[in-house]
Design a binder for this molecule. Structure first.
Ligand SMILES: Nc1ncnc2c1ncn2[C@@H]1O[C@H](COP(=O)(O)OP(=O)(O)OP(=O)(O)O)[C@@H](O)[C@H]1O
Ligand SMILES: [Mg+2]
Length: 317
């Protein structure tokens, strides 16, 4: 029998090896019931490996994972009836409609009375219920995938990169659906490489890099404990601005679309930088001073960018 626990998921010293590669390296954490937990990390960090060990698809090399009080390696059958999964890169049958797909999946869980209309409503697909899968856009497909993960009214939902590859608008529509799940008090285990997504949705974020969890906490805690500086962003800068700032001893980072980000300790530094640009007769067309975000935390901890994150895509919006 499953033992009653306050936590939905407990991962203890989990490792996974593929040949010579230690894809997941001794990670531990717990996820409380009703919590949205995000595993945030770049490509190849070990997110899918971790999720798929917890949701019983892959087997661990070492360590222990308890889900709803059950050992994932011993109670697969009992566990899968109580969880929902949106796998990374989810696809469905081309010629089957949204409603038929949901009906089909719900029949797989005999004995459950799935409220198909309720699910269609939840993921905002009412107008598309009779549409075949092949005619759905990426965002609509992902929303169908989320509905499918919910057909058995699961206690824990796993969503592996639910918004990767979507345009910013479709991504926000998926976020709305996920915020709805959060409101309902579902336990959600999410993976993402979009720090905005983790910041918006997650109660707790674990940052994973090369198989290791390098920081964990609420988004606010992570930012508070890992950064002391402010970030000055200058938009549409002249080419020479970068060099002016670098010569002052700062380390400017050039984003696409001629945007420069500079870490500064004090607001005085902002004044100094702006004066130097003005004195050199150079131009910028927008300016923002703000607290660092999770992207900055990741950069600081790993020295790397979260590849494919929104920083690089914002310009395309
Ligand atoms: N079945 C497998 N056999 C061998 N190596 C694997 C296997 N699955 C994953 N890997 C490797 O393990 C590492 C972690 O992969 P994983 O898919 O867990 O990362 P991820 O964080 O989900 O990446 P992405 O953001 O690209 O989905 C990668 O180097 C990957 O190539
Ligand atoms: Mg993955």
């Amino acid at each position: 029998m499953a033992e009653e626990t306050d936590y939905a998921i407990k991962v203890e010293k989990l490792s996974k090896r593929y040949g010579n590669l230690l894809a997941v390296n001794d990670i531990s954490f717990t996820v409380d019931k009703g919590e949205v937990f995000a595993l945030l990390g770049p490509n190849g960090a070990g997110k899918t490996t971790t999720v798929e060990i917890i949701d019983t698809i892959r087997t661990p090399t070492s360590g222990k994972v308890t889900l709803l009080g059950m050992d994932v390696t011993k109670k697969k059958h009992d566990i899968v009836r109580r969880i929902g999964v949106l796998p990374q890169g989810f696809t469905s049958f081309d010629r089957i409609t949204v409603r038929e797909t949901l009906q089909y999946y719900s029949r797989l869980y005999r004995g459950r009375n799935t409220d198909i209309d309720g699910l269609i409503e939840l993921v905002d697909l009412k107008d598309k219920a009779k549409e075949q899968y092949k005619n759905l856009s990426g965002g609509l497909r992902q929303r169908l995938g989320i509905a499918l993960a919910l057909v058995n009214d699961p206690e824990v939902v796993f969503l592996d990169e639910p918004t990767t590859g979507l345009d910013p608008r479709a991504r926000r529509e998926v976020w709305d659906v996920l915020l709805g799940l959060k409101k309902k008090g579902k336990t959600v285990f999410l993976t993402t490489h979009y720090m905005e997504e983790a910041e918006l949705l997650a109660d707790i974020v674990a940052i994973i890099s090369k198989g290791k969890i390098i920081a964990m906490g609420s988004p606010a805690e992570l930012i508070e404990s890992n950064t002391t500086y402010l970030v000055l962003t200058l938009q549409s800068v002249d080419e020479k601005v970068f060099e002016i700032i670098r010569k002052m001893g700062f380390e400017p980072v050039l984003d696409n679309h001629r945007e420069i980000k500079i870490r500064v300790e004090h607001t005085d530094d902002v004044q100094k930088i702006l004066s130097a640009i003005k004195d050199a007769g150079a131009m910028y067309h927008g300016l923002d001073v703000g607290k660092p975000n999770l992207e900055e935390v990741f950069l600081k901890l790993t020295g790397e960018a979260l590849h494919g994150g929104p920083a690089g895509e914002r310009g395309a919006e």
